[in-house]
Design a protein around this ligand. Structure first.
Ligand code: AMP
Length: 116
């Protein structure tokens, strides 16, 4: 757990969130500032600053996170209408929270870029 990381605190139950799913490896919760009608974040419970820090040893964890993104979409009823999964990396990628997370966006027709 990284000190002062808000997503670590959410994953460890030290900060409240609108959690829709949690297991020992990932946590999914609603984004506090939604960019689409449905906007859920899927985070790894383990801290990585971004996708850059994940290695081949983390392949199973990343695959699990992707499966949970799809599960969230299904549970929220947007799997058939369509949705987007993305992760921002670094300054030019628009990353604002430096803990690996995947945005699950949908519930409406999406514009080409998140936040544009
Ligand atoms: P990014 O800009 O890709 O790093 O995404 C970070 C996301 O985290 C943004 O969409 C924020 O709205 C969201 N966010 C920040 N703090 C919280 C929080 N406490 N609970 C839920 N979502 C948050």
């Amino acid at each position: 757990m990284a000190e002062e990381c808000i997503f670590c605190k959410i994953a460890h139950g030290e900060m409240p969130a609108d959690t829709v799913y949690q297991d020992e490896r990932v946590t999914a919760f609603r984004d506090i500032s939604p960019q689409a009608k449905l906007h859920v974040l899927v985070i790894t419970n383990k801290h990585f600053d971004s996708l850059n820090e994940a290695s081949a040893d983390d392949s199973d964890l990343l695959a699990h996170a992707m499966k949970i993104c799809a599960m969230v979409a299904r549970d929220e009823g947007i799997d058939q209408s369509g949705y987007r999964v993305l992760t921002n990396v670094g300054e030019q990628g628009g990353q604002s929270v430096h803990h690996l997370h995947f945005h699950v966006l949908g519930g409406e027709t999406l514009t080409t870029r998140l936040g544009s």
